[in-house]
Design a protein around this ligand. Structure first.
Ligand code: NDP
Ligand code: 8X3
Length: 254
């Protein structure tokens, strides 16, 4: 039986790399994202390898998600995998200087969008049963705070706890849940976060040997291909170059 995988945010970065990795292995794919032309180009390319279904979707739009998922073609209806990857960080300014619209966008995308896809696709994963998997993209920012991580980190803390809690509710269904928590990875993520500032993007990755999207795709491929009786709960990755900063102390008191 063909395995089918649903990926949110497949138009760049980890999602695109996962689409390529799983297509090589012959998985059927439902690929979603907002940028229609990128999505179509990827689907056209990968359809030489496997069955691919494009869904131009904004994960924040609950009604559009409901309609698109309800009308998935029968061929793609039963899922062995869901990668909840669509997400973003906006800015690194200190909280008092942040735009509330940016905070709304992160909550709506990283929390509510992930909730929608999970809840709407759960019946299809449960129908597959043993061996099915949900992989959520958390972050080290969900466990370790740093200046400017505030709402982004908090959304990823939600993803971490939601992933663990889901496991409890899915006990007996055979459906597995994994939270992947990467550190510094090179992708458009930072261009989005820095508002398109290419120089800041370049400085972030210079000499850092950051994790690449293909590394994350390989990790997720490994997670989904574990024997059906094994659940990888949480997987935290960093480049060797990255460690934790020390605690910060304000020394302005006299
Ligand atoms: P990218 O910016 O390269 O990719 C993000 C993807 O999410 C794009 O395909 C984008 O597609 C999609 N997306 C964003 N908003 C929406 C939306 N509202 N609806 C549908 N799709 C959306 O980033 P990465 O691949 O690096 O990041 C993927 C995930 O991994 C994110 O959740 C991120 O928080 C997390 N992560 C990233 C790390 C990093 O350092 N890069 C480290 C740890 C975690 P489109 O714009 O076409 O909609
Ligand atoms: C992205 C990794 O360290 O920039 O989630 O927050 S970090």
């Amino acid at each position: 039986m063909t395995s089918t995988l649903f990926i949110t945010g497949a138009t760049s970065g980890f999602g695109e790399a996962c689409a390529r990795r799983f297509a090589q292995a012959g998985w059927s794919l439902v690929l979603s994202g907002r940028r229609a032309s990128r999505l179509q180009a990827l689907c056209d390319e990968l359809s030489a390898l496997t069955d691919v279904y494009p869904l131009e979707l904004d994960v924040r739009d609950r009604h559009a998600m409901e309609a698109a998922i309800a009308t998935l073609p029968a061929k793609f209806a039963k899922l062995r995998g869901l990668i909840n990857n669509a997400g973003l960080a906006l800015g690194t300014d200190p909280a008092p200087q942040c735009d509330l619209n940016d905070w709304d966008t992160m909550v709506d995308t990283n929390i509510k969008g992930l909730m929608y896809s999970t809840r709407l696709l759960l019946p299809r994963l449960i129908a597959h049963g043993r061996g099915a998997s949900i992989v959520n993209l958390g972050s080290i920012a969900g466990s370790y705070p740093y200046p400017g991580s505030h709402v982004y980190g908090a959304t990823k803390a939600f993803v971490r706890q939601f992933s663990l809690s889901l496991r409890c509710d899915l006990q007996g269904t055979g459906v597995r849940v994994t939270n992947i928590e990467p550190g510094l990875c090179e992708s458009e993520f930072s261009l989005v976060r820095f508002g398109g500032d290419q120089a800041r993007y370049d400085a972030t990755y210079a000499g850092a040997e950051a994790i690449q999207s293909e590394d994350i795709a390989e990790t997720i491929f490994w997670v989904l291909n574990q024997p059906a009786h094994i659940n990888i709960n949480t997987l935290e990755l960093m480049p060797v170059s990255q460690t934790w900063a020390g605690f910060a102390i304000d020394r302005s008191a006299n």
